[in-house]
Design a binder for this molecule. Structure first.
Ligand code: XMP
Length: 525
């Protein structure tokens, strides 16, 4: 990652960060979060980042993440060996500690027994990496290889029943390693171990917080944008909303937001956006009513990918048209988050199959010739919410469930018509209303209703009905990569079902979706 100007600026203006070298994306993200939870700024860089880039980041310490590879595998990910000569403390975790042994003259071998799950370390390290950690502490192990011989200058500082080198140290060079995973919740004192490294070994002060982020982010935006003009596609979702409020605070009227009503939005959404951003924040807002154009583009289309492509392409067309009416713009603001940035730079993530084509404002064509302004690109989702709170935004806006770009278009299974969308909007509003009344909204990652292209017979009053079927879906998730269906108290489902059948004209049957992800996805299309 070469680092955007704002990132490099941040590196200059903030205290030295902890750099997590990424040997396997899932692990590195969690480590970076834990470091931030210790109020120290962290950055993730790929394991093979050129040494100059690494120096430019000016790290106070480096963490080698875990990863799925074996150091003996052909093409195993290994860092530039000169990283050991930077004079910066290093902590190796799992695969990362094996990198030490492999590159500094020790030995790594396939263990007779793969160690996976909970183990207990024994140690007497009162001062260093394991300071304030119980003499016998639970840890989480997950490894097939293990160190069989330590490199020169290293000593074991903790062992488990199966692993004589569960934690190792070369305190002269300030190199430390743990075979277990301190970043996961199954290592209850892992936070203490990471804090010992970042505060104790690396000497980082606990001074990174959302308050300090707001100040530097505003200064960065002002410096970068100056008197130029910024256009921002506002969706009403958390990320673009927080980005807009932050940028507005930095540059005021030089920001113009564009909100496209594509007719595929939730009940009351256009009014809510107008009220919050125009009336409350006094942000320049252009609301475009493009409902008819989207409905025309979707007429007769029921294939999910075809829908997504049409919605995405038309969004770009409408956005461009609106932008051209606003005169010259210099920057396009986006609510890109750190996980998206890491996905795209991850050296070990590899290309994944396209399951669904996601449509975001990021798909805007290059000929618009706008520089990107992405003030959230260093933040995780929960940090964006904390930032929204810091900016005084209403909890209702900050804690909204995610909503896909193609909106109800991909929840109206089969044909997308105005009538079916109105039906779906009503059912969705009832579902969310009952979830909120039951106090469950915050416990659920995302709740949604799909209208199915199926009709069934029912009886209402004394009348036979033959109407549509809807399916409720509510999931818990950490990051939308995997998800489990939410266990509702039965009376909540009962209330939702009663209300939908009674209040929504064209639905007479309600189902609850009990599919996890995988094998299902969260959205149906
Ligand atoms: P799936 O259905 O792939 O969705 O399990 C994972 C998460 O992504 C959201 N989603 C989208 N978000 N543009 C978006 O910004 C899209 O095109 C899109 N499609 C799905 C989905 O709601 C869930 O939170």
């Amino acid at each position: 990652m070469s680092g955007s100007p704002s990132e490099i600026q941040r590196m200059k203006s903030s205290p030295r960060p902890i750099v997590v070298l990424d040997f396997g994306a899932q692990y590195s993200k969690l480590i970076a979060r834990r470091v931030r939870e210790a109020n120290v700024f962290s950055l993730i860089l790929p394991f093979n980042v050129p040494l100059d880039e690494l120096r430019k980041a000016n790290p106070a310490g480096i963490i080698f993440s875990g990863g799925p590879a074996s150091v003996h595998a052909p093409g195993a990910p290994l860092p530039d060996p000169r990283v050991f000569d930077l004079g910066v403390p290093i902590l190796g975790i799992c695969y990362g500690v094996q990198v030490f042994a492999h590159m500094l003259g020790g030995k790594v071998e396939r263990s007779a027994k793969r160690e996976y799950g909970i183990a207990h370390i024994e140690h007497q390290d009162g001062e260093g990496l394991l300071r304030n950690v119980d003499a016998s502490a639970q840890v989480w192990m997950s490894h097939g290889d293990a160190i069989s011989m330590l490199p020169d200058g290293f000593a074991a500082i903790a062992r488990t029943e199966n692993c004589p080198y569960a934690a190792i140290a070369n305190s002269t060079r300030r190199f430390y390693g743990v075979q277990f995973h301190p970043e996961v919740v199954h290592t209850p004192q892992g936070t203490q171990i990471l804090a010992n490294f970042v505060h104790g070994v690396c000497g980082c002060a606990a001074d990174w917080s959302m308050g300090s982020f707001v100040d530097t982010a505003i200064a960065d935006i002002r410096e970068r944008v100056g008197n130029k003009r910024v256009i921002c596609g506002l969706s009403g979702g958390v990320d673009s909303s927080v980005a807009a409020v932050l940028i507005h605070r930095a540059i005021g009227d030089n920001l113009t937001c564009v909100f496209v009503n594509n007719g595929l939005l939730r009940k009351g959404e256009p009014d809510m956006v107008r009220q919050v951003f125009q009336d409350n924040y006094h942000i320049n807002l252009r609301c475009v009513d493009a409902e008819d154009r989207f409905l025309t583009a979707l007429a007769g289309v029921s294939d999910p990918e075809d829908k997504r492509k049409r919605i995405g392409n038309l969004f770009i067309e409408v956005f461009e048209e609106e932008a051209s009416k606003l005169g010259h713009m210099d920057f396009l603001a986006q609510g890109t988050l750190y996980p998206d940035v890491i996905e795209s730079i991850s050296a070990t993530g590899g290309p994944s199959a396209t399951i669904k084509s996601h449509h975001n404002v990021g798909g805007l064509p290059e000929h618009m010739n706008l520089e990107l302004l992405e003030p959230l690109r260093e933040l995780f989702k929960d940090e964006v919410r904390a930032l929204g709170k810091e900016l005084g935004m209403a909890g209702e806006l900050i804690w909204r469930h995610p909503f896909p770009g193609p909106g109800l278009g991909v929840r109206c299974i089969g044909a997308v018509t105005k009538e079916r969308l109105d039906t779906l909007r009503e059912a969705d509003a009832i579902f969310i209303d009952e979830i909120k009344k039951a106090g469950l909204y915050g416990a659920i990652w995302q709740a949604l209703v799909c209208l199915l292209p199926v009709r069934s017979v029912g009886v209402q009053g004394d009348e036979r009905t033959y109407e549509e079927v809807c399916s409720l879906r509510a999931v818990t998730s950490e990051d939308a990569m995997t998800a489990d269906w939410f266990r509702f108290p039965p009376d909540v489902l009962q209330r939702v079902s009663n209300r939908i059948c009674n209040e929504v004209k064209h639905i007479n049957r309600v189902l609850y979706d009990v599919t996890s992800k995988p094998p299902g996805t969260i959205e149906w299309e």
